[in-house]
Design a protein around this ligand. Structure first.
Ligand SMILES: C[S@@+](CC[C@H](N)C(=O)[O-])C[C@H]1O[C@@H](n2cnc3c(N)ncnc32)[C@H](O)[C@@H]1O
Length: 303
């Protein structure tokens, strides 16, 4: 019989059958709000499935509490893109907190957030990944981990290295972004479902460094799309078949496209009508059909 290992001063070579209870009993974990009760799960009304709502995701009142399995998003960065306002850092983080608060409400117990973010600037560097992790934890989310998304060659072309070959002021050039991963209330999922991830994909997706090429902004007509492959991997890893995936900042619709390709349902929010149109066009292309015009819904039209 294999002997159980336990957390020890100098680590242990094997993790199989590992007893980590002593580690999690330490005071560092005493404030963690993990909740083992299952709240009732609701369904997103059928009329709202596979829809992009054309208004701010600060209000997601179309979606019932406890109804969405996964939120995947990349937020507006407040850096001067055409859809960006010029918010102070505090105002910007307060805005993200409102959206993350609504996300917390609509996720099922055990539901997940995969939040793609890049850090900004150099003078000084703004560590949005740390600020957003802090906000999510304040809201009660349980952090599961942080994926380093290495975007590869496209990102390596930058020559913003500061002082050239001089210690005067050399600057780091980021080749990566982050995907911050959280759970609501508990780490496992209450309901059962069919998982769709392959063995090889599971092995790659459960490491913290993902190599996925970036998406072309020009090709999609959106200034900051993320690749469908990134979202597909997150969907396969964190949801069961047919579950609902939310993107509160839908942009050109990469999350909706990935959800459709993975046999999931999507729901999203986007304030710019031109991006809602791009999203509908992309979905029509993968469905091979024209989408119903009511798929793009103005909040005002819903009464
Ligand atoms: C970084 S982009 C998302 C890109 C998307 N992941 C894609 O692949 O195309 C952020 C998007 O959020 C939208 N946006 C900004 N503020 C918003 C808000 N309050 N509610 C909903 N969408 C918003 C912007 O118009 C922009 O398209």
């Amino acid at each position: 019989m294999r002997t159980k290992t336990a957390t020890r001063s100098f680590g242990t070579g094997s993790r199989e059958g590992h007893d980590s209870s002593a580690f999690y009993a330490r005071k560092m974990y005493s404030g963690t709000r993990c909740n083992d009760t299952y709240e009732a799960v609701n369904s997103v009304p059928g009329d709202y499935l596979d829809r992009i709502f054309h208004h701010s995701s600060e209000d997601m009142s179309e979606l019932p509490d406890n109804s969405v399995a996964l939120m995947v998003t990349s937020p507006p960065y407040n850096v001067g893109k055409d859809y960006d306002e010029d918010l102070s850092l505090d105002e910007y983080l307060t805005f993200l907190k409102r959206v993350l608060g609504e996300t917390y409400r609509v996720l099922v117990p055990g539901g997940r957030v995969a939040f793609n973010v890049a850090n900004l600037g150099r003078r000084p560097y703004i560590p949005l990944n740390s600020y957003i992790a802090g906000i999510a934890c304040e809201l009660g989310f349980l952090m599961r981990g942080e994926i380093i998304w290495v975007k590869g060659k496209g990102a390596a072309g930058s020559c913003a290295w500061g002082s050239w070959m001089s210690a005067n002021n050399p600057t780091l050039r980021d080749l990566h972004e982050y995907v911050l991963v959280f759970s609501k209330q508990r780490f496992d999922r209450a309901g059962k479902g069919r998982s769709t991830i392959s063995r090889d994909e599971f092995m790659a997706a459960t490491t913290s460094i993902w190599h996925i090429p970036p998406e072309s902004a020009r090709k999609l007509g959106h200034p900051a799309p993320f690749p469908v492959a990134l979202v597909e991997r997150l969907i396969h890893l964190y949801t069961f078949e047919n579950e609902v995936v939310l993107d509160p900042f839908m942009g050109s619709g990469s999350t909706a496209v990935a959800a459709a390709l993975c046999n999931r349902r999507y729901v999203g929010y986007e304030i710019e009508a031109k991006y809602v149109s791009i999203c509908r066009q992309r979905l029509a292309e993968i469905n091979g059909t024209q989408l119903c015009p009511c798929a793009h819904t103005q909040k005002s039209a819903q009464g």
